[in-house]
Design a protein around this ligand. Structure first.
Ligand code: OGA
Ligand code: MN
Length: 296
């Protein structure tokens, strides 16, 4: 196995390995070391089905149950619970229509975010397997939150030290004007804000990174407008082209990213006419980043 830098220090291209086959502990360690050095790894020509993808993903920890379950009733799901359906297809593999609420909810992925930052214990890795890609568009962009942190001036680093943000899916959906009534009563507790540190330290490398996400609604203890203006400034800073790697998908690509040190967003494509079928598995994190507030 070999890893070549695509964007130095951030995105690496993995070759010489078939990830669909069981891996040795040495191979798993090499991938984890690659994830720590880079934060995004890309591996072409990986012919995964859902079972081999889940088996590969479990090498890196326990898996999350997909939050798509919030939106989709069990009988509406196309994929099993551990698999997030990052596609424009319904359970009969038909294209979703313009007003389909699951389609509209998925448009939240076009905002810069870190997966599951709205969970008290947020995600470690996401693993996205491209099964069908559209003719044009539909890239995924990644932003390096370690480089973005390093580039802050000292006054800003001092200002953000110790700050705690509040994240909820409600906030990101609010940004795109998603109708609140479409959330459904059954998932209210999933929408309660959770607290996250604005600055994280990577458990292995010790590098600091900004922990930003479209799910942030405020900074604990700050007036909301001031918090939102500040978070918007930081997000603009962190997503400048010098911190971004754009991935152009080919069928059978496997892309792994570390949600603790990156943000990502989907770019648009003709989703009413062109199939894009991606399956995402998500490795759980192992700790909260900040103490949670007692429920009122
Ligand atoms: C995701 C995601 C972006 C994309 O899978 O978590 O945000 O380009 N995907 O589909
Ligand atoms: Mn995502």
């Amino acid at each position: 196995m070999h890893i070549a830098a695509l964007t130095p220090g951030f995105a690496g291209d993995v070759t010489g390995i078939d990830l669909t086959k069981p891996l040795t502990a040495t191979q798993v360690a090499a991938i984890e070391a690659g994830m720590d050095e880079f934060a995004v790894l890309i591996c072409h020509d990986q012919n995964f089905d859902d079972d081999t993808q889940l088996a590969f993903s479990r090498n890196f920890g326990e898996l999350e149950i997909s939050s798509g379950g919030e939106m989709a009733k069990p009988e509406d799901r196309r994929l099993k619970l551990e698999m997030a359906d990052i596609s424009n297809l319904d359970r009969n593999s038909k294209l979703r229509g313009a007003d389909d609420r699951i389609r509209l909810n998925a448009l939240g992925n076009r905002l810069w975010h870190s997966d599951a930052s709205f969970r008290a214990v947020p995600a470690k890795y996401s693993l996205l397997s491209a099964r069908v890609v559209p003719g044009t568009g539909g890239n995924t962009e990644f932003a390096d939150m370690r480089a973005a942190y390093d580039a802050l001036d000292d006054a800003t680093k001092a200002q953000i030290d110790g700050l705690v943000t509040e994240h909820s899916n409600v906030y990101s959906r609010e940004i795109i004007g998603f109708p609140k009534e479409d959330y459904g009563a059954h998932n209210q507790d999933k929408l309660r804000p959770v607290r996250q540190s604005l600055v994280r330290t990577h458990p292995v490398t010790g590098r600091k990174s900004l922990y930003l996400s479209a799910h942030i609604g405020t900074i604990a203890g700050w007036p909301m407008p001031e918090a939102r203006a500040f978070i918007r400034d930081l997000t603009e800073h962190a997503t400048q082209p010098c911190f971004v790697h754009a991935h152009v998908w080919r069928p059978l690509d496997m892309v792994i990213w570390d949600n603790r040190t990156t943000m990502h967003r989907a770019r648009r494509y003709d989703d009413l006419n062109d199939i894009r079928d991606m399956h995402r598995s998500t490795v759980r994190g192992d700790a909260m980043t900040a103490p949670q507030q007692e429920a009122a």
